[in-house]
Ligand binder design. Structure first.
Ligand code: AMP
Length: 513
């Protein structure tokens, strides 16, 4: 009997399969670029095989173990994660801005004995890692020599599509960070679903990836373009001018541009923006955080109609819903319809579906879901109901089934006994032409319980007063939602994906009593 039948089915889907297929089909085509360096498909596939053998034979890591990866985005990131996965070793990924305690925590929680680290972060890594990490492989130092010594033949470890290839950590909004176990199968199917939805991932397409690859979405956005034989240019860090210049120079057809990036784009002078030719773009995909309607309209104006997608997902669900370009101006503040193979439900606290139009918690079921939190069976059980992941996001659906995210359940403000969703207030303030950014949180208040407070960043050279902004809110919102205070600030606290950290705003307010 052929091997593939003995295993019960056709060959398993592994995250490097697409790269290997393209190495057979277009070996000399450049797959990946970063800072003027590049790798063809043949070289990338060969280096993935070498990393796998290094991990397995050279470093002695076993199937089912984890090793840490601590680096900013770079050319080597892809081959390291893919190569480790070929040896059945999952990458516990650490963001380049992680603090000492975070580095230590991830190493301990994942049980990593080995860390792949960039030269720039080596010192921080050695200072913070627990003694259980006994080996540091430094990209830009001993890494190349070790690769040169490793075999290029396929790694002998048998890996299945259900094996975990990476463990990104959630940002830990509540309590300690949780390691989200992602399996090959879910990631590959996410790539297929993205290709079907966005139509910008064929072998003639090219993408720019700028979001950090330690994050689940950041890695997926770098992998998907080369899964199908296209090209990707990876930017080591976010910078709006280099992102836009790279898209224009490469004639890129897609990019994942999060709301903070769009905010940076529209903060630039008009003349600057006008210098970049965006006609090659097929898809500007936003996600990770709410994209205010006022910004969507500017994006459609700048990139042209038919290009903006807004998608919603979490590290645990991977991609979940997508709002297609044709609906951007028709469905307001909406994250669209489920991706292929995905189902959503809006449920009450008892897990019963609420009536259409009513607000409840969003549940997601798909083949892309995570394989549980590492070492946390209780948290996994608390976050799942059978085949469903309970997202912690409040949402409603309209008659056509489109999903509208209302807000994070934990960010809801309760003032005078009324529920207030910060996002609704932020949208109104952001529609003011002088406002660049806005974050709303509740301040402790002896009478109201919480008082709605808005933090506002103004566009350079423009002005607005508190009275003007509260006036707009009074016109657009119920009285109890109008901010009791507007604070003008130079910037908002954000995480590495550019998400506004409302919990920090809330902590600031609480600290001031
Ligand atoms: P993470 O696990 O870090 O990817 O964060 C997931 C969370 O980001 C979700 O639970 C949402 O609260 C938020 N999020 C993701 N996409 C969107 C979106 N398009 N609009 C609003 N919030 C989003």
């Amino acid at each position: 009997m052929p091997d593939f039948l003995r295993r019960g089915a056709a060959r398993h889907m592994l995250i490097s399969d697409g790269i290997r297929a393209s190495a057979g089909r277009t070996p000399d085509k450049v797959a990946i670029r970063e800072s003027g360096r590049e790798l063809t498909y043949a070289r990338l596939a060969a280096r993935i095989a070498r990393v796998a053998n290094l991990v397995h034979a050279g470093l002695g890591l076993r199937h089912g173990e984890r090793a840490a990866v601590f680096s900013a985005n770079c050319l080597e990131y892809m081959e390291i994660v893919c190569g480790m996965a070929e040896a059945g070793v999952a990458a516990a990924t650490i963001g380049p801005a992680a603090s000492g305690p975070e580095i230590r925590f991830i190493c301990e929680d994942s049980g990593a004995r080995v860390m792949f680290v960039s030269a720039a972060l080596e010192q921080a890594a050695r200072a913070a890692a627990p003694p259980t990490v006994t080996r540091f492989v430094v990209i830009g130092k001993d890494y190349e020599d070790l690769l040169a010594q490793a075999a290029e033949t396929p790694c002998p470890v048998e890996v299945t599509e259900h094996d975990i290839f990476s463990v990104p950590y959630t940002s830990g909004a509540t309590g300690r960070p949780k390691g989200v176990q992602l399996a090959h199968r879910g990631r590959v199917l996410s790539a297929f679903a993205m290709a079907a939805e966005h139509r910008c991932y064929t072998n003639t397409d090219s993408a720019v990836a700028t979001t950090p690859m330690f994050h689940g979405a950041g890695f997926l956005m770098a992998l998907t373009p080369i899964w199908f034989g296209g090209q990707v240019e990876i930017l080591p860090r976010f910078d709006i001018e280099s992102l836009m210049a790279t898209i224009a120079r490469n004639g890129a057809t897609s990019a994942y541009i999060v709301p903070a990036h769009f905010a940076a784009l529209f903060a630039l002078p008009e003349a600057k923006r006008a210098q970049w030719d965006m006609r090659s773009m097929k898809a500007a995909i936003s996600g990770t955080a709410p994209l205010p309607q006022s910004v969507k309209e500017r994006i459609v104006g700048y990139f042209g109609a038919g290009k903006l997608f807004e998608r919603y997902g979490t590290t645990e669900t991977s991609i979940a819903t997508s709002l297609a370009p044709r609906d951007q101006l028709r469905k307001i503040a909406c994250v669209g319809l489920p991706y292929p193979a995905t189902q959503v439900r809006v449920c009450d606290a008892e897990g019963k579906e609420v009536a259409r139009g009513e607000v409840g918690e969003l549940w997601v079921s798909s083949p892309f879901l995570f394989s549980g939190y590492l070492n946390l069976p209780e948290a996994t059980a608390a976050g799942t109901r059978g085949d469903w992941f309970v997202t912690g996001d409040l949402a409603r659906q309209d008659e056509e089934g489109y999903v509208y995210l209302v807000d994070r359940k934990n960010d809801m403000i309760i003032s005078g006994g009324e529920n207030i969703y910060p996002r609704e207030v932020e949208e109104v303030i952001l529609a003011h032409p002088a406002v660049a950014e806005c974050g709303v949180a509740g301040a402790p208040h002896p009478y109201w319980g919480e008082a709605v407070t808005a933090f506002v960043v103004l566009r350079p050279g423009m002005s607005a007063t508190s009275e003007e902004l509260t006036g707009r809110c009074r016109d657009a919102l119920s009285r109890y939602k109008v901010p009791k205070e507007i604070r003008f600030v130079p910037s908002l606290p954000r995480n590495s994906m550019g998400k506004v950290l409302r919990r920090e705003l809330k902590a600031q307010l609480a600290a001031q009593g």
